[in-house]
Write a protein that binds this ligand. Structure first.
Ligand SMILES: Nc1ncnc2c1ncn2[C@@H]1O[C@H](COP(=O)(O)OP(=O)(O)O)[C@@H](O)[C@H]1O
Ligand SMILES: [Mg+2]
Length: 426
């Protein structure tokens, strides 16, 4: 531990805590995160110490399971597909008390299917969902005897009739619209199933006639709701609409998102919900490495950068303990209160989730220690450095002749965010 003498002459022990960014294809948000953090360069008085923050990118290399971990917190975007980083993180949580967003065991084992079942159990209005055995199988020596003995011949048409049309066929562990298809009638259902190969599929009743589609991003104690247009071009799906939710709608979506995230131990995740006939129906809420790129978030991009900064600084400085195991019992106890009307039950889950995420302590921390952050970020997002960070991502995704046009488009949308969110209100 180093010691420094602050300008006023008072001497306080100083320590530096280290944040690691475990990244893959991410380019734009880490570039912004790092530059804003460097400019903020916080010195936060915490438990008698002056705490500073250092940040670096985690590299991939051989590791001894007993070697110490040099980070206090890691923000990880690789666990869902890159094993070496995931396994290093697991060992660091178990052996070195590392705090990680997100809990790698929970990300690895909790796919869409688990999230549907768990939230049905809590009483959420999830659409009727069936699982069907796959159309085809990878070779396995026990396959034939197993299927011959136990697989019951089934009539897919009867399942379709039971659910009703239209319905969606989608992989039980889906993501990024892979293998999702709309079946408007029996013929389409049979054809899509024929084409589904070895994928393990759900059939889910379509939420028909919805009037609003919202993606609610949760990052620790923070939530942000975006009106989503699934039919628009990729870069226009997150709309810039404002004021599309009543306070009651916003409360429902925040409680829903925080409940899911706290239940599964996900510090960041996004929850998709459709509004139809007065009900918000969550349809896709196992996204624990949510899209954070400027090329899709554009106007909302500064929000995610700021939310990442606030939550990771809070967790690091306060040494928020990593919750290694999940605790479902309090939620199941509320679920058992069958006489409690649904709005009250959802509020009760939301209250448990807010406790899990230390909402009050987090907000007090931000007010006391991060009061400069909004202004610094607001200026940064108007600068050429922000434009360069946007160009980095655009160059990786767009053909050369479109790079300047799209860089400018996304930069201008970020400027719109600045106009709508001056620092004193951000
Ligand atoms: N039950 C449903 N009702 C209406 N639309 C749905 C439903 N399920 C999926 N969709 C549509 O299909 C898209 C992709 O399905 P989703 O469950 O979000 O899968 P993914 O995890 O691949 O994003 C959704 O964004 C939505 O537009
Ligand atoms: Mg989705």
């Amino acid at each position: 531990m180093a010691r420094k003498t602050p300008p006023n002459g008072n001497e306080h022990p100083t320590s530096t805590r280290r944040i690691g960014l475990s990244l893959g294809a991410d380019l734009c948000w880490p570039a912004c995160y790092e530059q804003i953090l460097a400019e903020l360069d916080p010195v936060i008085r915490w438990n008698g110490e002056d705490v500073r923050i250092a940040c670096e990118r985690v590299t991939i290399e051989p590791f001894n399971l007993r070697q110490p971990c040099s980070y206090d917190m890691v923000l990880d975007r690789l666990t869902h597909w890159y094993a070496t980083s995931r396994e290093w993180i697991k060992k660091a949580i178990l052996m070195d008390d590392l705090y990680v967003l997100n809990n790698p065991w929970s990300v690895q084992s909790m796919e869409k299917h688990t999230s549907y079942a768990a939230m049905m159990r809590l009483g959420m209005p999830i659409p009727e969902t069936w699982m069907v055995p796959p159309k085809a199988y990878a070779p396995h020596e026990d396959l034939r005897p197993t299927l011959r003995r136990y697989a019951k011949l089934f009539d897919l048409r009867r399942v379709g009739t039971e659910i009703g049309y239209p319905l969606f066929m989608k992989p039980y562990d889906g993501g990024g619209w892979r293998g999702v298809s709309l079946c408007r009638n029996e013929q389409e259902l049979l054809s899509r199933y024929e084409e589904s190969g070895t994928q393990q599929m759900h059939l889910q009743a379509a939420v028909d006639g919805w009037d609003r589609f919202v993606r609610c991003i949760g990052l620790g104690a923070q939530t942000h709701m975006v009106r989503y247009d699934p039919d628009a071009a990729l870069h226009d799906r997150y709309t810039m609409d404002r004021d599309f939710l009543t306070p009651e709608d916003a409360r429902i979506l925040r409680d829903t998102t925080l409940t899911i995230n706290a239940f599964f131990g996900w510090d960041f995740n996004s929850c998709e919900a459709l509004h139809s006939g007065g009900t918000w129906t969550p349809i896709d809420f196992a996204n624990p490495c949510p899209d954070s790129q400027v090329t899709s978030l554009h106007y909302h991009f500064p929000w995610i950068v700021l939310a990442n900064l606030r939550w990771s600084i809070f967790c690091t400085v306060t040494r928020r303990p990593m919750r290694r195991t999940l605790d479902w019992e309090p939620y199941l106890a509320v679920a058992a209160e069958q006489d409690m009307p649904w709005p009250e039950r959802l509020r009760a889950y939301g209250t448990l989730a807010e406790k899990h995420f230390d909402v009050e302590a987090f907000e007090a921390f931000c007010a006391e220690h991060l009061s400069d952050l909004d202004e610094i970020a607001w200026s940064f997002f108007g600068s050429d450095r922000a434009r360069d960070a946007i160009r980095l991502k655009v160059s990786a995704l767009f053909p050369a002749h479109e790079v300047e046009r799209f860089t400018e488009l996304f930069f201008q949308r970020v400027q719109q965010w600045r106009a709508d969110n001056p620092p004193n209100k951000a």
